[in-house]
Design a protein around this ligand. Structure first.
Ligand code: SF4
Length: 319
């Protein structure tokens, strides 16, 4: 007599939806500060040029307050948000203020177009921990459509000059440099030549993927946590804080440094509630994140947690 084959499971599933416990830092490790709203490029893939925020230039009292309140915490300061950092002529002054704290680090992402010999000497001497140059192409014709408003030859020349000064001055012991290009069909044939030129000059060449900013074309949220706010805080020119560096139009404001300190905002109930929602993968309940598919293919399984089975059953009985 043949054995009956297994039929479909008739009992309701007791599997709980996946949750994660992300390694949120007790104090921020990275502070990204929009000291200027302006950028000197109008790249078609970046919504920066649509931003209309006041003040255009962060008041001196605000960036000083941020730095003063976080001295001694081992913070890595990134004095830019979506803008080009060296549009702000105060940058050496801001760096000097940060450098009064021996635990602080400084990082820049730049398009390289505004670097002069004098500025290079000044900021290398003040101390940079990481310098990243974004150069999307290895010829004027490939570069120009993606970095609108910038001159390719000038960017190449100025970046090369910075890297030569960095190496010759022995700054390569403490400062890490990277030249990166966004991978696009238009520049794929240049990857090899790009690497051949830049690799001997810097620490690393990176060919990176183009990401989609939230609310660009996404229609729904993915059910995943997120890395963005695990250890970083992002501050607009007026002192409001947002939970993501991709928040161009203030959809994710979580506090205001005109009324509170950096650590008060970081430890606020509002921030905590958002961390809990992201731990639950509930991006759809966060306005900014509700149309964002960042990290959709990222493996978060090391951070997965599962409630004990009894808790799941009890929750089902109570519902
Ligand atoms: S889910 Fe998207 S919008 Fe939200 S914090 Fe993460 S990257 Fe930013």
């Amino acid at each position: 007599m043949s054995q009956p084959t297994a039929g479909p499971t008739l009992r309701p599933s007791t599997e709980a939806p996946t949750r994660w416990r992300m390694p949120y830092a007790e104090t921020p490790k990275f502070l990204q500060i929009e000291t200027m709203v302006t950028c000197n490029a109008k790249c078609p893939f970046c919504p920066q040029h649509e931003i209309d925020r006041n003040p255009n230039r962060m008041h001196d009292e605000m960036w000083k307050k941020i730095i003063d309140e976080t001295r001694g915490l081992g913070i890595t300061y990134r004095p830019f948000l979506q803008n080009e950092p060296f549009v702000d002529k105060r940058m050496p002054e801001i760096m000097r203020y940060i450098r009064k704290d021996p635990t602080a680090k400084i990082e820049f992402n730049t398009n390289g177009s505004l670097m002069t010999e004098k500025l290079n000497a000044e900021i290398l001497d003040l101390g940079i921990d990481i310098m990243r140059f974004s150069i999307d192409g290895f010829s004027e014709e490939v570069y120009a459509p993606s970095r609108v408003g910038l001159n390719y030859e000038r960017v190449k020349e100025r970046t090369t000059q910075f890297l030569e000064m960095w190496r010759a001055g022995g700054y390569d012991k403490d400062c890490y440099t990277e030249v990166r290009m966004i991978d696009m069909p238009e520049n794929r044939h240049q990857h090899e030549a790009y690497r051949a030129y830049w690799e001997p000059l810097c620490d690393e060449v990176l060919i990176t993927e183009l990401y989609e900013w939230p609310w660009q074309s996404q229609t729904e949220a993915v059910r995943k946590p997120c890395w963005k706010m695990v250890d970083a805080m992002y501050i607009f020119s007026d002192g409001r804080c947002t939970l993501c560096c991709w928040d161009t139009v203030e959809r994710g404001v979580v506090g205001d440094l005109r009324e509170a300190s950096v650590l008060e905002v970081w430890n606020s109930a509002q921030y905590e509630a958002l961390r809990t929602l992201l731990n639950d993968g509930r991006r759809e309940l966060i306005h900014l994140c509700s149309k964002c598919d960042a990290y959709k293919n990222h493996d978060f399984s090391p951070y997965e947690v599962h409630p004990p089975r009894t808790d799941v059953l009890r929750a089902r009985e109570e519902s």
